[in-house]
Every structure is written in structure tokens, then in C-alpha cells.
Design a protein around this ligand. Structure first.
Ligand code: PEP
Length: 249
């Protein structure tokens, strides 16, 4: 069965006080997860320990925003998959467009990060998406397939264990969202690619991300191949994030 999943990407935002307030708002909305819906938040790495302690007895999961491709060693500033595993991370984002753009992360590096995470039992949420220029040039399908193909190739027989997030770069943090039809069309392409590679695409979750808000979530989540969302800005307001999670049903 395809898992319904909503993940909050806090990016480089928050503070100990703001995080406590946000999590209190989420915890107050219990029972938060219903049926097959899973909810997770991805705070900055420095707060993971505290977030893990706060959420330990809840049904909200937590994850990281990035992971090193290396197991350990002299990689100043990096955080390993083993460290994330030790903190109880269920998920880690890899290949977010902000990391691809600002840290020059290649398809190959993203794939190695996904592999490192899976090797430690942390599920990678692999982000793919085209820029506006690529969409306008009619390259959307080719771009997302290329990005996903690198990960499929590297994960090989474990590829069905990842979660995929389609995030059109032009919709992230811009207030401009893909229409449900535009999003569904790309999700269908990705699912077909996953099916061809793993034969298990009907067990894999593909999330949509890009300016999802309480007022557009239900229409997006109603699409056949959209299994939930990766939520940036709106995940920083408890009421909005809860409303988006509830829109899954
Ligand atoms: C994201 O950062 O993954 C994201 C989708 O951001 P936003 O919801 O703010 O567009």
C-alpha cells in the first residue's frame, strides 16, 4: 500500500523557543496521524535531539534536511547517516533544490547521500524538480527522469525503499504552485519510471512540494499519484500544517 505522508521542511528557521511552541501546537492537534497517514518534521540538524525528545512519545516522526555521503571522518560540518540513525530519524531529505542550487549538489552526490541514508535505515526523501527555464523549454520530464534515474541506479535493489518528492523549483517558496493537473502529470511520469525500475511503485510514496497551503492542499492530494506533501513555509505555522495534514483525507 502507498503510505500517505506529510513532511514539514523547516529549512534554516526556528529557535528553541519557536520550535517548542510549534511542536506544542502540533501535539495539541492529536490524534494527528490517522489510518495510513504519517506526519514528520525536519528541523535544522542542531535541533534534532531536542525535537526527538519532545516527539518521542507522539505519533509524529522527525527527519533531517541533509546527510553526508560519507560514513565518517574529516568532513567538517557534515552529519553522517549513522548520527541521524542514532537520533531516531525516520527520514532525511536529499537533493532539495536549495542544496542542488546553493551547494552545487550533483545527481551523483544526491544518489550517494540516499544510499548512505538507506544503509543506516533512514528513509531518504529524494527531491526532484525542474526550474522554470527547463519547464518553459519543455524539459520537465527529461530533467526529473534524469535526477531520479541517478538514484534508482545507485540504490539498485533497494530503490523501492525511498520516498520521492516532486518539487518544481519555480513553485518553492514563491507562492506559485503547480496546478493539480501539472503536478499529477509529473507524478505519473515518476511512478511509471519507478515501476519500470522496481516493479513496486504501487508501494512507493511520491510527495508534491511547492507552496502547498491549507487552501490548495486538498486538490493536490486528491490527485491519483500524489501521496502527500513536502511542506516548507506552511509547516512553520502549527494551524496551517495541521490543516494541510488533514487535507490528505
Ligand atoms: C520546500 O522547501 O520543500 C517547499 C516545498 O517549500 P514551500 O512549501 O515554502 O514552497
Amino acid at each position: 500500500m502507498r503510505r500517505k505522508l506529510v513532511v514539514g521542511n523547516w529549512k534554516m528557521q526556528g529557535s528553541r523557543v519557536a520550535n517548542a511552541e510549534l511542536l506544542a501546537g502540533l501535539l495539541a492537534a492529536r490524534p494527528f496521524s490517522q489510518g495510513a497517514l504519517e506526519v514528520a518534521v525536519c528541523p535544522p540538524a542542531v535541533y534534532l535531539n531536542e525535537v526527538a525528545a519532545t516527539l518521542a512519545s507522539s505519533n509524529i516522526r522527525w527527519g533531517a534536511q541533509d546527510v553526508s555521503a560519507h560514513a565518517q571522518g574529516a568532513y567538517t560540518g557534515e552529519v553522517s547517516a549513522a548520527m541521524l540513525q542514532e537520533l531516531g530519524c525516520r527520514y532525511v531529505l536529499v537533493g532539495h533544490s536549495e542544496r542542488r542550487a546553493y551547494h552545487a549538489e550533483s545527481d551523483t552526490l544526491v544518489a550517494l547521500k540516499a544510499q548512505a541514508a538507506l544503509g543506516r535505515g533512514v528513509t531518504p526523501i529524494v527531491c526532484v524538480g525542474e526550474t522554470l527555464a527547463e519547464r518553459d523549454a519543455g524539459q520537465t520530464e527529461a530533467v526529473v527522469k534524469r535526477q531520479l534515474s541517478a538514484v534508482i541506479h545507485t540504490l539498485a535493489h533497494c530503490a523501492a525503499e525511498m520516498v520521492v518528492a516532486y518539487e518544481p523549483v519555480w513553485a518553492i517558496g514563491t507562492g506559485r504552485t503547480a496546478t493539480p493537473d501539472q503536478a499529477q502529470a509529473v507524478h505519473a511520469v515518476l511512478r511509471a519510471q519507478l515501476q519500470a525500475a522496481t516493479g513496486r511503485a504501487d508501494h512507493m510514496s511520491i510527495l508534491y512540494g511547492g507552496s502547498v497551503k491549507p487552501d490548495n492542499a486538498a486538490q493536490l492530494f486528491a490527485q491519483h499519484d500524489i501521496d502527500g506533501g513536502l511542506i516548507g513555509g506552511a509547516s512553520l505555522k502549527a494551524a496551517d500544517f495541521v490543516a494541510i495534514c488533514r487535507a490528505v483525507y
